[in-house]
Design a protein around this ligand. Structure first.
Ligand code: NAD
Length: 255
């Protein structure tokens, strides 16, 4: 039985990945800021008959990240799979972009993945097995206006992914990024209203003319597709699959 640590595992895409991993027999540490995180962990454990522990570590703080990884190692035994999924968004033109939002987005969407990866690295290296999966974005490959911090952080994740793949190669540690297009999660629900203000459009027009305009397959991406890709990347069979940026974006990045 393998263990996975999933940041932001108590909402949206991360929760979907947690459910699929639990259904496939993984023990989990799920992390997130949701107030009912401990209840979510209990429900996953009861439904899938695996061990699920919860951490409310705030990923803005590297010392809390290190404590979270220690908790996973103590309560699960070891971390075999790390899914760096937690993320936040803020939408504004660059000249109005609040500096504290820039700092927070870089901290949560980029730096936290360095700190988690560093903290699990020693154990993965010793055991000669590790799978690091970064939930990046189509915005790791393409830009959109009004998202300076998010696009910069996600492009940064692309670089981190490739470096970890190179450094992990001698130790059977792989690192890959999944790059989803729009997925209808709480993060996107908030963006629909923010984008409506920024573009001065109705919310229905934002969905049709701004978001899905870039996705030739005119549907939001299904969380299950992302979770299935994460399971494949986590598999011991995927040792040659490393350093990639996997788009699941309805054809967005084909353009
Ligand atoms: P979400 O808002 O549903 O979930 C985000 C999770 O991150 C939550 O559990 C939240 O508590 C956690 N989180 C946020 N800040 C944190 C912090 N400081 N410390 C600890 N946890 C924190 O969002 P989602 O849409 O499921 O997004 C998950 C990931 O997928 C993000 O990295 C996002 O950028 C990426 N992504 C989302 C979409 C989309 O369309 N939803 C598309 C591409 C990529």
């Amino acid at each position: 039985m393998k263990n996975a640590l999933i940041t932001g595992g108590t909402s949206g895409i991360g929760l979907g990945i947690a459910g699929h991993f639990a259904a496939n027999g993984y023990n989990l540490l799920v992390n997130g800021l949701e107030r009912n995180g401990a209840d979510i962990a209990k429900e996953l454990a009861a439904e899938y008959k695996v061990k699920v522990v919860f951490s409310s570590a705030n990923l803005m703080h590297p010392e809390q990240i290190r404590e979270m990884v220690q908790q996973a190692e103590q309560e699960l035994g070891q971390v075999d799979v790390l899914v760096n999924n937690a993320g936040i968004q803020y939408v504004a033109p660059v000249d109005e972009f609040p500096e504290d939002k820039w700092d927070a987005i870089l901290a949560v969407n980029l730096s936290s993945s360095f700190h988690t990866s560093k903290a699990v690295w020693k154990g993965m290296k010793e055991r000669k097995f590790g799978r690091i999966i970064n939930i990046a974005s189509a915005h790791a490959l393409r830009a959109s206006e009004f998202k300076a911090a998010y696009v910069a952080a996600k492009h940064g994740i692309a670089g981190l992914t490739k470096v970890l793949a190179l450094e992990g190669a001698p130790y059977n540690i792989t690192c890959n990024a999944i790059c989803p297009g729009y997925v209808r999660t709480p993060l996107v629900e908030a963006q629909i209203s923010d984008q409506a203000k920024a573009h001065q459009m109705s919310e229905a027009d934002v969905i049709e003319k701004v978001m899905l305009k870039k996705q030739p397959v005119k549907q939001f991406v299904d969380v299950c597709a992302i979770a299935q890709m994460a399971l494949l990347l986590a598999s011991p069979m995927s040792s040659q699959l490393t350093g990639t940026m996997m788009p699941i974006d309805g054809g967005w990045s084909a353009q």
